[in-house]
Structure formats: structure tokens, C-alpha cells
Design a protein. Structure first.
Length: 661
């Protein structure tokens, strides 16, 4: 059996490169929920059911037909032989690939062989049957993860229209798509691959993937994710990621391998699995010598099976990853769930992370004789003539443009542009140096820490347009939320000018500012935090944040606008750029850890109680079978406790916050 998984080797010091991730193959009998494992377990269940019917025949014949007949013994022997083969084969396989789950197979095999040796055919058959049925219930109860995975896969189990070079369309499935293909998405169509909108305006239903309760408006340049639904309008998109590379594909892969997660106690027990086995065998032998009861000895062997501890972390991790995906959070490895619960400080980038990353109009300064509406209208008209970022920002400020058109446009690099209307009117828009070069006095330069342009008409200054990169609407509330969670130390880290950084910091409530820093200096800042005993949560979106994201205790990338380098360097990705999800991720991580701790405590405590009861022969004549039943009950109780994580839901809370703001 094998399961492909993301693996990480977090260093104890949480230094640079501590989360180098790779795709590995985890093989061994302890790997649950694989297709081979499901087939093997199904075969064992069939044999167990046949053996169960043979036992029924043996008991009915013995008590209703003839107690002296050989039929009951033959039926019981056949039942014991049927379940012996799979139990022994699983035990032998676990010797080749040691694991805690394999330790259970070994203990059950030893108990079964001891039952054979004692001539107790009923226990030799009943014990494996109860354990096999219990394992099936565990697999079925593991939060329905396989059904959840199939539900995610069905999100792209349909067809879409691919645009051919000749302009025709053809219906294709997700497996037929390739990077660079262009798709035509009509109203009601499901998006089958991640891509970028080329043309069209529409609304996307992203609730199934990112937890967005409200449809998201998209247009040219916006990203679309596989699994979402186009609600209105027609979109033309270009595919950027397919299959397992999509956000949906990564969620499915993570859910498939989440069962490999292990809490610290599980890793400790695995390290001493051999000694644990020797200890249990010693206790069993001591119980047998002291009491002479074979039933008590067998009960000790069965009661010591560590299934509840083995499944404590996988069950909670699968639930947490599913819940995180519902909230638009992609967790790249279950280990980061543990690390996120321990973060103590925040190091966050400015542009594109705390801010929208897009210039917007801050204010206008119109000269006497010119209205703000006229200034905005002219600025938008002139801005539409250029591809400069400032010009594009001005072009978005209003849709009301002057009625005249321009016959001559000259763009002067680093200064601005000169445009001549058809009626001969000369317009200038740009830096004060542009106007000064034309003999126009721009007057005093306004006090502003962002981009600004001045406009003139026929040598007369009309006014100033001041722009800035504004904080995200939810940024201030999100920072306060993190402070409430214990991240009171917050650092704004940016390569931008100090004046800009201080303005943004003041607006969102961050007082520690480090501005005008290079990428390597960002990393050094994070390492300094670690040296001072902090466990920093690093949030960024750009190439210059990649080193810092790797250096932090946990790195989170803003997925909507994040670069591929930042996304690959981060441990978590926010598929929608909503800073409120930072607090959601931390709360989910801490609740997941508490659930794991409770499950481990329940498993260890219940196992200890069972071993004690078994050792003093308090479980009755069929102590081994009773121990198996009680053991499986405790395991299912742990799974049910992990299932409570699925009720974690902050999507409504985020929507209410957004509405009130």
C-alpha cells in the first residue's frame, strides 16, 4: 500500500529552510484509507462475516440440536481458520514495516495463537471478528473522508467548452485540458481548472471551495479556481494550472494523506514500539502466572492495542483540513496545524498584503475655477491614453470622460504625457517638472507620501490628483483580532518608503515599522524575532517575501494576488485575500490541537483502565472479546470527538463583519 503525500521536516529551531517540502511515498501497513488497504479490509470483512455465520451454526447446533455432535467443533474450527490467515498475514507485514497500527495486528495475532494453544476455539474466532468489524467501523467513521474526497472530485466531473484556434468550441473533460488552453464559460458552467479571465464580466459562486458566501465579481485579469461556478455572463479564461496543481487538487491530495499525521505522543510511542510490545508481553505473562487465567492474559493483550492513539491525530487533521478548505485556507501539511497554534508574533508585508496593492485616488486639489468632477473626468480621460500604473489608476476613478477626443498624444518617460485635442487644446498631466518644462508654474507641491500628478489646460494649472495604496477594508479589524489571540507584537515589514509604511501602520494599528528593507533584510528580521524567543507568523505575497516566509515559524501567502514563488514558499495559502482568515486559521489550529490532545488522553487513559481491568480478570469469562468491544468503543468515541471539528464555521462571522463594515 502507498499514499502520496506532502512531507516536511520542521527543524526544532525553526530556522531558514525548515519546511522544505517534497512529494514522498509513505508505504507500509500503517497507511490507512488507501485503495489497496480498503480492498484488503473489505476482504477481511467478508471472511469475518462468513466466520460469524459458522459460529452461529456451531452455537445453534450445540444448544439446539446435539451437544455431543462434532459439528459445533468443526464449524468453530472453520471460523477460526478463516480469520486466522488475514490476521497472521497482517501481523507478519507489520514486522517488515513497523508502526503503531501494525502493533495492534501483532497483539491480536498473539492473542489468537494463545487461544488456539489453550483450545479456546470460540475466542480464537470471535476475537479477530470483533477487531476486524471494529477496524471497518473506524475506516467508515473516519469523518467520511473518502466520501468528502469524492465530493470534491465531483466538482470537476463534468465538461467545459474549449476554444479552438479557428474559433470553434468543443466539449472536453478536465483530464483533456492543458496549460494555456482557452475556455468559454457560460452561465451555470463549472470551472474545471485554475486560470485567468481574459474577457467578460461575471459572478462566481466560490462557496464550495473558498467559503465565500457572497458571489465574487470577476473581470479581465482576475483569477478563477477549479470547482467554482459561473453564475452569470460569459467568460473567456486561460488555464494556468490543471489537475493536482490546482487549489482543488492540492486540497484533495492533502485530505488523502492527512491520516498520516501523528501527534508527539504517537511519535514517541512509535519510537519505543518494540519496548511497548515487550512490556505488554511481560505484563500478560505475569498475569497468567499470578492468576492462571488464560482469559485474563488474552484480555491484557487485546486491551493494550493502541488504535485510539493511532487515530487521534489523523481524524482531527482530516477534519481541520476540510474545514480550512471550506474557509478558503489551503494548509500544505498537517504539521503546520501544530506550529500555527504556537505563533506568538506577526511579521506582515505591506503592498498587496495589508494593502490592496492597487493605486486608488486619495484626494483631489482643484484650483479655483475648476470643479473636482471636471478634474477627475479629465484625469480619467488622459489616464486612459497611457499604460503607466498611475495613469491606469486614474482611468478607473470615473466613467465620465470629456466629450472631445485627442489627435496627438506624446508620453514623456518619467514625466507624464502631453495630449492635444482635436480643437487644439493642449493638456498636460504628470510631474511638476513636466509643467515647468512648458513654462507653467505648478505652485507648491502638496504634502503627500504617495504618487501625485498635476494637470493643466492651455498653460493654466487645473489642480492635483493624489493617489495612494490603501489598506484593505478588513485590515484594521484583522490586526486587532490577532492581538486578541495573543499576537500583540506585530511588525510591518516593507521595502516601501518609511512615510508610506508609517501611514499604513497607523491606519491598521501596527506601531513597529521596518521600512525600505531588501528581501534578505526581511529574512534577517524574521530570524532576529526567532533569536529573541518569538515564533513569528509571516504573511506576504511577493517574490521579495519568499525568504521571510520560509524563515518564519509559519508562512502564509495571500493566494489571490500572490506570486508563484511566494505560494511555493508558504506553509498556508489564503485562496481569497481576506486578512480575517488569519485569525480563523489560528483558532482552527488551536482547536485541532486541543482535540488531538483530548483524543490522545482519552486513548491512553482508556487503554490503561482496560489493561488494569483485564489484569484483575474483571471483564468476565470472555475477557478478550469484551476487551476488544470496549477497545473499539473508545476508538469510535475519539473519532466522534474529532468529528465535532466539522462544526467549526466562521464563514457567517466573516460575512457579518463585512456587512457591518
Amino acid at each position: 500500500m502507498s499514499a502520496t503525500s506532502f512531507s516536511s521536516a520542521p527543524d526544532a529551531g525553526r530556522g531558514l529552510g525548515h519546511h522544505a517540502q517534497q512529494v514522498t511515498t509513505a508505504a507500509g501497513p500503517g497507511a490507512l484509507m488507501t485503495y489497496a488497504g480498503k480492498w484488503a479490509l473489505g476482504s477481511r470483512l467478508v471472511l469475518a462475516m462468513i466466520a460469524c455465520w459458522l459460529l452461529v451454526i456451531a452455537l445453534v447446533w450445540k444448544y439446539l440440536v446435539s451437544a455431543n455432535s462434532a459439528v459445533p467443533d468443526l464449524a468453530a474450527t472453520g471460523a477460526a481458520l478463516l480469520v486466522a490467515a488475514p490476521v497472521l498475514s497482517a501481523a507478519l507485514a507489520s514486522l517488515r514495516h513497523p508502526s503503531l497500527h501494525g502493533l495492534t495486528d501483532q497483539l491480536v495475532a498473539v492473542a489468537m495463537l494463545a487461544s488456539w494453544a489453550a483450545g479456546d476455539l470460540l475466542t480464537a474466532a470471535l476475537l479477530p471478528i470483533v477487531m476486524i468489524v471494529g477496524h471497518v467501523l473506524e475506516e467508515r467513521s473516519l469523518l467520511g473522508s473518502q466520501e468528502a474526497i469524492r465530493a470534491l472530485e465531483r466538482l470537476v466531473d463534468t465538461t467545459t467548452l474549449r476554444l479552438n484556434p479557428d474559433g470553434t468550441t468543443e466539449a472536453v473533460t478536465a483530464s483533456q485540458l492543458a496549460t494555456g488552453d482557452r475556455l468559454e464559460l457560460r452561465a451555470g458552467d463549472r470551472v474545471l481548472a485554475d486560470g485567468i479571465v481574459l474577457t467578460g464580466q461575471s459572478s462566481l459562486d466560490m462557496a464550495s471551495l473558498t467559503g465565500e458566501s457572497v458571489p465574487v465579481e470577476v473581470g479581465p485579469g482576475d483569477r478563477v479556481l477549479a470547482g467554482t461556478i459561473n453564475l452569470s455572463g460569459v467568460l473567456t479564461t486561460e488555464i494556468t494550472r490543471i489537475g493536482g496543481e490546482t487549489a482543488l487538487g492540492q486540497i484533495i491530495a492533502l485530505m488523502e494523506v492527512a491520516e498520516e499525521a501523528k501527534p508527539p505522543l504517537t511519535r514517541l510511542l512509535e519510537r519505543y514500539a518494540g519496548r511497548y510490545m515487550a512490556l505488554i508481553m511481560t505484563i500478560s505473562a505475569a498475569v497468567w502466572f499470578a492468576s492462571g487465567s488464560t482469559s485474563a492474559m488474552l484480555a491484557v493483550l487485546v486491551a493494550s492495542c493502541p488504535c485510539a492513539v493511532v487515530l487521534a491525530a489523523p481524524a482531527a487533521s482530516i477534519a481541520a483540513i476540510a474545514v480550512a478548505a471550506r474557509h478558503g485556507i489551503l494548509i500544505k501539511g498537517t504539521a503546520f496545524l501544530e506550529h500555527l497554534a504556537d505563533v506568538t508574533s506577526l511579521v506582515i508585508d505591506k503592498t498587496g498584503t495589508l494593502t490592496t496593492g492597487r493605486l486608488a485616488l486619495d484626494r483631489t486639489l482643484a484650483r479655483p475655477g475648476t470643479t473636482e468632477e471636471q478634474l477627475l473626468s479629465l484625469g480619467a480621460a488622459l489616464g486612459s491614453l497611457s499604460t503607466h500604473p498611475v495613469s491606469r489608476a486614474l482611468a478607473r476613478t470615473t466613467t465620465t470622460h470629456p466629450s472631445f477626443s485627442f489627435s496627438d498624444v506624446q508620453e514623456q518617460h518619467g514625466l507624464g504625457l502631453r495630449a492635444v485635442a482635436e480643437d487644439g487644446t493642449i493638456f498636460l498631466m504628470g510631474r511638476p517638472a513636466l509643467l515647468a518644462g512648458e513654462g507653467i508654474d505648478p505652485g507648491p507641491v502638496p504634502d503627500h507620501d504617495g504618487p501625485m500628478v498635476c494637470l493643466s489646460r492651455n498653460g493654466t494649472l487645473l489642480g492635483w490628483l493624489l493617489l495612494s495604496d490603501c489598506p484593505r477594508p478588513e485590515a484594521a479589524g484583522a490586526m486587532q483580532d490577532l492581538r486578541d489571540l495573543g499576537l500583540s507584537r506585530q511588525i510591518l515589514l516593507t521595502g516601501d518608503r518609511r512615510a508610506v509604511a508609517q501611514r499604513i501602520g497607523a491606519e491598521v494599528g501596527i506601531t513597529v515599522i521596518q521600512a525600505e528593507v531588501l528581501p534578505a533584510e526581511k529574512m534577517n528580521c524574521v530570524l532576529t524575532e526567532i533569536d529573541h524567543g518569538q515564533r513569528p507568523l509571516v504573511v506576504g505575497d511577493g517574490i521579495n517575501d519568499a525568504l521571510a516566509l520560509r524563515a518564519g515559524a509559519v508562512g502564509i501567502a495571500m493566494g489571490a494576488e500572490g506570486t508563484d514563488v511566494a505560494l511555493s514558499s508558504a506553509d498556508l495559502v489564503l485562496m481569497q485575500s481576506d486578512l480575517r482568515r488569519l485569525g480563523t486559521a489560528i483558532r482552527l489550529s488551536r482547536r485541532c490541537r486541543r482535540t488531538i490532545q483530548v483524543n490522545v488522553g482519552m486513548g491512553v487513559g482508556w487503554t490503561g483502565i482496560l489493561i488494569t481491568c483485564a489484569a484483575f480478570n474483571l471483564l468476565g469469562a470472555q475477557g478478550a472479546v469484551m476487551a476488544a468491544v470496549l477497545h473499539n468503543a473508545s476508538t469510535l468515541a475519539g473519532l466522534a470527538n474529532a468529528g465535532r471539528l466539522l462544526r467549526f464555521d466562521e464563514t457567517r462571522r466573516t460575512l457579518q463583519t463585512r456587512t457591518s463594515s
